[in-house]
Design a protein around this ligand. Structure first.
Ligand SMILES: [Zn+2]
Length: 253
């Protein structure tokens, strides 16, 4: 009887021990699982962090906003009222005072390529642009009386813009050439000036391969100030101002 009860106690202790062992192992297993899970989370987080760092440095956009004053977009889709910028005259041509020094330095640099480079036009008010546009339309009709008003305007819009649609009203655009009357000049000279323009914050605004994006034919004399950083980025990535602003907006800038 005593022996049986002793065995019974030993068995009970064994059962309890086995139970405790199982419980211990179960808890251990759970802890390992939790540890694995959290380390997975950490590695996911670290992958995410590094990938966003990579994409930021990959897109390498200049530290500008599409709403910055240098990037104001004026075209037939973005009609703008009189902007009345404060202007400074460079050799008799008014430009936005904030870019006067850039214009002066760009003009000086262009003259090292061709001494005959000069400023044809800078800031033009919306009112003056309207007069100019109407004059061009009348000229087209005089040259070809078969043209309707609409047809004549279509022709004019390849080289001049209606009131409110010309970026000359911003004071940030200049026409610069070595020949008169907005005629095309020596392509080699244009190429060299176009290459140094970004150093002064300018881009040749209406490139031959960007007619679709800008809606304007090739102009080898019309430069637009956008700031040095943006000008270099636009040139490097072959973007028109319309395309560049779309890229900035897409990335929330
Ligand atoms: Zn122009």
């Amino acid at each position: 009887m005593k022996k049986n009860s002793f065995l019974g106690i030993v068995l009970q202790i064994l059962v309890v021990l086995v139970f405790l062992m199982c419980l211990y192992l179960f808890i251990q297993d759970k802890e390992v699982q939790v540890e694995n899970q959290s380390s997975n989370e950490i590695s996911v987080q670290s992958t995410e962090t590094s990938s966003s760092q990579v994409s930021e440095s990959e897109n390498g956009l200049p530290s500008v906003l599409s709403s910055d004053w240098e990037l104001v977009l004026v075209n037939r889709d973005n009609i703008t009222e009189e902007l009345n910028p404060e202007v400074t005259e460079i050799e008799g041509i008014p430009v936005d005072s904030r870019i006067a020094e850039n214009v002066l330095n760009f003009l000086a640099a262009a003259r090292t390529i061709d001494a005959n480079e000069y400023l044809i036009s800078g800031y033009r008010s919306v009112a003056y642009q309207e007069e100019l546009y109407d004059y061009y339309v009348q000229q087209e009709i005089a040259n070809d009386p078969s043209l309707t008003q609409e047809g004549a305007e279509e022709v004019v819009q390849t080289y001049s813009q209606p009131a409110g649609a010309s970026e000359h009203q911003t004071g940030l655009a200049i026409d610069m050439s070595n020949v008169a009357s907005l005629n095309e000049s020596d392509p080699d000279v244009v190429q060299q000036i176009k290459e140094l323009a970004p150093d002064y914050g300018f881009v040749l605004r209406f490139a031959d391969d960007k007619r679709e994006s800008t809606g304007i034919g090739y102009e080898d004399w019309h430069y637009r100030y956008v700031g040095v950083e943006s000008a270099k980025y636009m040139t490097e990535h072959n973007l028109s101002l319309e395309e560049y602003i779309a890229v900035l907006k897409e990335s929330g800038k």
